[in-house]
Design a binder for this molecule. Structure first.
Ligand code: GLY
Ligand code: MN
Ligand code: MN
Length: 434
């Protein structure tokens, strides 16, 4: 992502802060076990505004400030620490390479912040995410309050930053869409590779290894979320994560996996037969889920509201399950009772962006919001029939199917940015037999 992209984002936010100030922290660095850390991932809001990926950093945005509105606190240069743990931008690098108007040592945060807060009416800050940091913010305000008799004006209002910032993040720029298209292509290639290499007798994690290989060799070092690779009964566990069972001929395997590319998530699910040939029951349920996904995708267009793709998918699935005798009654009765949710228990999509379940409101004033150009959503209906399902013939048991693609809302509908991985039965069987 170019520096100008981050600058534009800060300018947009600064123009909306009025006489407020924004404080944005990055993520803490998490300990894994003795002397070992989880890979560091910056907070998405923080990275969105700064492009700065080091831990221990705080961004402050102050509109109308003479010295410039972007102040970055970060770790100072330290040759010894850098020899052990890696390079640091330092305060000079923060200005030169990340566009900060001023940068300070993170160790000076408590000394510098009260001064920076002076004169602002409001603090925009995501309270509640890091309780220790919340306490520090309050202590800076209290310090200013104590100086009120000397005429010092302290902020009188706290307001979450989420509303303003997340509304920006919801609408993707051309540069963001480019990154997401690349992520979609890499993820699609990984799913194709899983289909091509899958054999009865393999372990679920061996498919994970094939996909990781494809992600990493293409520049996607980390998955956007933990791999879900479930064969047979495991395909009925929505967020299955053990991935440590043997794949058996006659079963299907459900793979929900996506790369994180340049800090943007991709999110694809495909379900296919371990041995490359769908059984009769698998074929019927698979085509039902696929039809429901086509119906949902057709409903992803400007002017439709957020829930319309979900409603479209639900209708197809309910009618299909009724016809198969897996559920009973009528469409209206099923919608009323929600009985079908035993087999389709999640929603059809979620916003997608820097976070896999991305930010942005789904309702405005208690009404589903309209879909608009530049929003990105997943489309992921499914049917899951676990063994023992009440009143369901055994022949349908242990079949879990989800088909998930990523859709960008365009002027006349949507663009599927994950289309490079097959999803019709004919395409999948052809790929797996080649
Ligand atoms: N991969 C999580 C989801 O599809 O929502
Ligand atoms: Mn998914
Ligand atoms: Mn998803």
């Amino acid at each position: 992502m170019k520096k100008t992209e981050f600058k534009r984002r800060r300018r947009n936010l600064l123009s909306e802060l009025g006489d407020g100030i924004a404080i944005v922290t990055t993520n803490p660095h998490h300990h894994r076990n003795r002397d070992t850390q989880f890979p560091f991932r910056p907070d998405s809001d923080f990275y969105y505004l700064t492009g700065f990926a080091e831990p221990e950093a705080v961004a402050v945005l102050i509109p109308g400030r003479e010295e410039g509105g972007f102040v970055l606190f970060c770790r100072p240069k330290d040759p010894l620490r850098e020899t052990w743990d890696g390079r640091r931008a330092g305060v000079t690098g923060a200005c030169e390479n990340y566009g900060a108007d001023q940068a300070f040592d993170i160790a000076d945060l408590d000394i510098r912040m009260p001064e920076l807060l002076k004169g602002s009416q409001r603090i925009h800050y995501s309270i509640g995410k890091q309780p220790e940091f919340d306490t520090r913010v309050m202590s800076w305000v209290n310090e200013l309050r104590a100086q009120s008799r000397a005429g010092v004006q302290s902020p009188s209002e706290f307001i979450t930053l989420d509303h303003l910032l997340h509304e920006h993040r919801l609408f993707k720029s051309a540069a963001e869409l480019d990154a997401m298209r690349t992520g979609g292509k890499i993820t699609a290639a990984a799913h194709v590779r899983a289909m091509q290499t899958c054999q009865p007798g393999m372990m679920e994690y061996q498919l994970e290894a094939e996909m990781q290989h494809e992600f990493i060799r293409n520049g996607g070092r980390w998955p956007a979320y933990n791999f879900i690779i479930g064969g047979g009964a495991n395909s009925c566990i929505l967020h299955y994560g053990e991935n440590d069972q043997k794949l058996r001929s006659g079963d299907m395997v459900l793979i929900d996996a996506g790369v994180e590319y340049d800090y943007y998530a991709s999110d694809i699910t495909r379900t296919f037969p371990v041995n490359g040939r769908f059984t009769e029951q698998q074929r019927i349920l698979y085509n039902l889920v696929l039809d429901s996904q086509y119906a949902a995708i057709a409903a992803v267009k400007p002017g439709n509201h957020w829930d319309q793709p979900h409603e479209a998918a639900q209708k197809v699935i309910i009618e299909g399950l009724l016809e198969l005798g897996i559920i009973e009654g009528t469409l209206e009765q099923q919608l009323e009772s929600g009985d079908f949710k035993r087999f389709f228990m999640h929603r059809t999509g979620h916003w997608l962006g820097m976070d896999v379940h991305d930010v942005g409101d789904y309702k405005i004033d208690d009404q589903w919001r309209q879909l608009e150009v530049g929003m990105v959503t997943t489309v992921e209906p499914g049917i899951y029939i676990a063994a023992g399902a009440d009143g369901v013939d055994k022949k349908w048991w242990d079949i879990g199917i989800r088909i998930e693609d990523d859709a960008v809302v365009t002027h006349d509908g949507c663009e599927i940015i994950t289309a490079d991985v097959p999803k019709t039965i004919e395409e999948i069987e052809a790929l797996m037999s080649s």
